[in-house]
Design a protein around this ligand. Structure first.
Ligand SMILES: *[C@@H]1O[C@H](CO)[C@@H](O)[C@H](O)[C@H]1NC(C)=O
Ligand SMILES: *[C@@H]1O[C@H](CO)[C@@H](O)[C@H](O)[C@H]1NC(C)=O
Ligand SMILES: *[C@@H]1O[C@H](CO)[C@@H](O)[C@H](O)[C@H]1NC(C)=O
Length: 262
């Protein structure tokens, strides 16, 4: 009898432990945190953010700075927002476009959370493109992005996490690896929006090596439900440019590519 009851209590203990560790970082809680960030950026105020009291980092354009000096303190009228959630990394990605105001912005922001605790933001990591950034024209970008269809993919149309990571890496490797472009499953009707520049189909006019400098500092947010990988990086192959590359894969093929480059 003792053996049986201790087996049962061990089993209960295991279930309780698993749920207390993994239950918190859900899609909904990640998107709720992302929405608190959108509210903060709209207001230009930090009050709506639950920032980690210890070890919080604010990074803008690949440099760690005091959050009080960041673009987040500038109220922005947001014309478009779209967020994705990575329940494995416990992180989210948000794209924001603001066309009006004294300075237009296109922002690519990843939020990260430690210990699966989405009630606490450990890092805000933003690429902030504005007038003067590569191919920058927020109103034109807005037109292209608005026309896209980012509906949740049914299970059978979703890429694996592994494929999304490979596609994100292969894309950023094209400037240094002549063979990388051919490893990417380009969709025939795929669209590439680089800043405000549209290329269709997106598998045309691709780089095939030529640079000795790898695009580094890669930070990933992968969301299989919408087939998206976002990689923030330092675009070192052509200079040292803070950059975001987001790719959507549908039915195993690349459908959209967005780049936001400062
Ligand atoms: C974000 O976008 C959704 C539609 O995708 C919209 O309903 C919501 O109001 C937007 N939020 C803000 C703060 O603009
Ligand atoms: C999660 O973060 C919140 C806000 O910082 C904190 O109050 C709470 O204790 C944390 N929970 C865990 C399980 O660490
Ligand atoms: C978006 O794509 C879904 C699934 O492919 C489709 O059902 C829906 O009609 C599309 N929406 C628009 C506005 O084209």
């Amino acid at each position: 009898m003792i053996g049986l009851s201790s087996t049962i209590s061990v089993a209960f203990y295991a279930i309780a432990t698993i749920s207390s560790v993994s239950a918190e970082c859900t899609r909904d809680s990640l998107l709720a945190a992302a929405n608190s960030y959108i509210r903060a950026q709209t207001a230009g105020k930090l009050d709506s953010l639950s920032l980690a009291t210890e070890g919080f980092t604010y990074q803008e354009n690949n440099k760690i700075i005091d959050i009080k000096k960041g673009v987040i303190n500038t109220p922005l009228k947001i014309d478009l927002n779209r967020s994705t959630a990575d329940t494995v990394a416990c992180a989210s990605y948000t794209m924001l476009i603001s066309t009006s105001g004294s300075k237009p912005y296109v922002l690519a922001t990843q939020l990260t959370h430690k210990n699966d605790n989405t009630s606490s933001i450990t890092m805000i990591d933003t690429i902030a493109a504005t007038t003067g950034s590569l191919f920058f024209n927020a109103a034109q970008t807005l037109t292209y992005i608005r026309a896209e269809n980012w509906t949740t993919l049914s299970e059978s149309r979703r890429p694996s996490r592994d494929l999304l990571k490979k596609v994100g890496d292969a894309y950023l490797d094209m400037w240094t690896d002549a063979k990388a472009a051919d490893t990417i499953p380009w969709g025939t009707d795929c669209e590439r929006v680089e800043g405000s520049r549209l290329t269709k189909p997106c598998g045309g006019q691709l780089p095939r090596g030529g640079s000795a400098k790898n695009n580094g500092m890669r930070r990933y947010v992968i969301d299989e439900t919408v087939g998206s990988v976002d990689v923030l990086c330092a675009f070192n192959s052509l200079g040292d440019m803070p950059d975001s590359h987001e790719i959507r894969v549908e039915d195993g093929k690349v459908k959209y590519v967005h780049t936001i480059t400062v």
